[in-house]
Design a protein around this ligand. Structure first.
Ligand code: MN
Length: 247
């Protein structure tokens, strides 16, 4: 079993260390991850500057690019064979609802899915300083094992969110759908020392629609949330409506 591990928090993050260590139970692990934090870069690909690889130690490679760059570099330049599985994370913070479109963690799994490689994104639902990454990594191995034994359905990758608590307080995994959140984050405006205005996105708590069956609902009740995703962004319900319009 060959497993590639990446993330968007950067190669020095606690979450990727826990994930890579735990995944080594299942096979040979190669880490290809951004050299610094790249959270919220989404699915961006570096086209206008070169990329460099730094080998930190055996099997651990840092790339000065995005998570999507890392998946491409790993597959096309670094790994001797195509891995059986690509895992991304464990992200420091949840990736729930429509906010996943910002996520570099989820985008890495998306990129792997585009290449036809089974992929899972893992995130720890924490905002505070207490982090149960080791417990979460054990859950990640359990999920990966199940995925390997069944094989993912066609065009499917997984977005897994893990509650931030000790393993014995965690509730069973639930298969969920992507929820909806509305972000009412303030943009703070202040003045810099040279008298110019600057703006910064604040971290106001998002208001969520906590419907049963959603990823939010599972995490709220300390369940592990497993959402199957695909890349078809077509709104299938709108196809028949729009096809009646005259453009
Ligand atoms: Mn992140």
């Amino acid at each position: 079993m060959n497993i590639m591990v990446t993330n968007d928090d950067g190669i020095h993050a606690a979450g990727i260390r826990a994930l890579a260590e735990a995944m080594s139970e299942l096979g040979t692990v190669t880490v290809v991850a951004p050299d610094r934090e790249r959270s919220a870069v989404g699915h961006s690909l570096t086209l206008h500057s070169p990329l460099r690889i730094f080998e930190l130690h055996k099997g651990w490679y840092a790339v000065d690019g995005t998570p999507t760059d890392c998946v491409n570099m790993g597959i096309h330049n670094m790994l001797p064979i195509t891995p059986d599985l690509i895992v991304s994370g464990i992200n420091h913070g949840a990736n729930l609802g429509d906010a996943i479109t910002y996520s570099g963690t989820v985008a890495a799994a998306m990129e792997a899915n585009l290449m036809g490689i089974p992929a899972i994104a893992f995130s720890l639902a924490t905002i505070g300083p207490s982090e149960h990454f080791t417990d979460a990594a054990q859950i990640a191995v359990q999920v990966a094992r199940t995925v390997i034994s069944h094989g993912l359905p066609a065009d499917t990758f997984l977005n897994v969110n893990i509650p931030n608590c000790p393993r014995n307080r965690m509730q069973s995994p639930e298969i969920t759908r992507q929820g909806k959140r509305s972000f009412f984050g303030k943009i703070v405006d202040k003045t810099d020392p040279r008298g110019r205005k600057y703006f910064w996105f604040g971290s106001e708590e998002p208001r969520v629609t906590n419907e049963p069956g959603t990823d939010f609902h599972a995490i709220d009740r300390q369940h592990v949330s497993i959402t199957p995703l695909h890349l078809d962004l077509t709104n299938h319900k709108s196809l028949s409506i729009l096809s009646k319009w005259v453009f």
